[in-house]
Design a protein around this ligand. Sequence first.
Ligand code: NAD
Length: 489
Amino acid sequence: MKEVLDYIGGAWRKPSSEPGTEVLNPATGEVIARSPAGAAADVSAAVDAASAAFPAWRAMPPAERIQYLFKLKQLLEENFEDLARLITTENGKTLGEAKGELRRGIENVEVACGIPILMQGYNLENVASGIDESMFRQPLGVVAVITPFNFPAMIPLWFLPYAIACGNTLVLKPSERVPLCMARITELIEKTGLPKGVMNLVNGGKPTVDALLDHPAVQAVSFVGSTPVAKYIYARASANGKRVQCQGGAKNHVVVLPDAEPETTTQIIADSAYGCAGQRCLAVSVAVTVGDARKWFTQSISNTASSMKVGFGLEKGVQMGPVITSASRDRITQLIEQGMAEGARPVVDGRSARVADCPGGTFVGPTVLDGVPAASSLAETEIFGPVLSLVHAADVDEAMEMIARNSYGNASSIFTTSGAAARKFRNLIPTGNVGVNIGVAAPMAYFPFSGWKGSFFGVLHAQGRDAVEFYTDKKVVIERWPKEWSRRF
Ligand code: NAD
């Protein structure tokens, strides 16, 4: 059993609350750690440490601040394999998926190393005769980051590098279901020699979150998780006067046109639906086939889904791991049953998936539900598991209307060889991330990770320039220096 510790003011400490959530290896069911329930006192200590570190950190030149990020990038590379194995162990995704996640996280460290340019303001001489005006970006102070279970390394790294590179100090709360990966990354951060108190880690559940939302010294909150919690956090933190960005849940659609290339389309959509056991906010949940695509796609996706190897993600050849907990597995199987009750047909049914070597694992096999009624409650519910619903449309307009009706707006994709159809889709579809012949439309670190409607609350998104805007405020300075006030030289 690993001990889950907090990292506050440069020291590792035992959380003051009692153990709460069990941390499991979802492939074996083994309990590997216990997260604390969380306590306001620990949050208070972390925010005090971050507040104390802020004046010196903000005064350090940006070009010096980023030297710690260069060191972090190096340490993440040196520990890449071990970190990826840790992600698989506490989250369940395959080792290949864990490496992919870590790579995307490291890319954000690399982009944040460009802060001396990214953070620059702008200026103009002679806005009026003899008067110059400049805009400077300045850090906010102490910022809080609250993250979900499905990307234990990447999602904290969507925020942490930008927040500190901009001169803020940070309190990060990882998901209580996967605390070990961020603890290991924090050990690496410590090795960079980052000044004490600049980055603090507090563990726990709702009590920890609520204390961060209410603490008067926390200036900004970045959150990623489910939509109900995102709404709650957005409302409570905003009411407390904080700057907030909350990324929520999703129900992503792909549209398959009859002219799509069948083999690659099927492969890409299967990767999107079943990668990370469907526990990705960009996973496709609904495939809308248009016209004749229905026949070939239903057949080919069913063949692919039924041939996937499910198992322990550290084992070679495994294509899909377990879902995070038995509660998740039960919720997903209940949703499959609800879909069937609403008229869907399980062409591939993963409810009884078992993995011989892993009897304690929480597995759900890849599932294909055909004919999910567009008006059913399942068509609107985020399943967050390896379940692909198939719905059918007469033409691309009908398919796009179905997507537009959905309350989420995280991502959508179209598969076609027609430029005109792709262009129309890209232009009109109301989701924040859009793929054209792409299954997981995940923006690179130097683009904002968008998300619209019920998938995002706020204005500025994670990553890239949006992150820099979110973690800084603008100061505008107007200056007049009349010649006659100056001594002559
Ligand atoms: P979650 O909402 O249960 O938890 C996220 C965080 O909020 C955790 O740190 C948790 O401790 C905290 N939390 C949970 N309940 C809370 C409450 N009642 N009050 C205060 N804090 C609370 O999410 P999860 O199950 O860890 O992650 C999966 C969800 O995250 C899915 O809905 C998925 O779509 C979403 N997600 C979205 C994105 C995105 O970019 N939009 C990315 C990844 C995951």
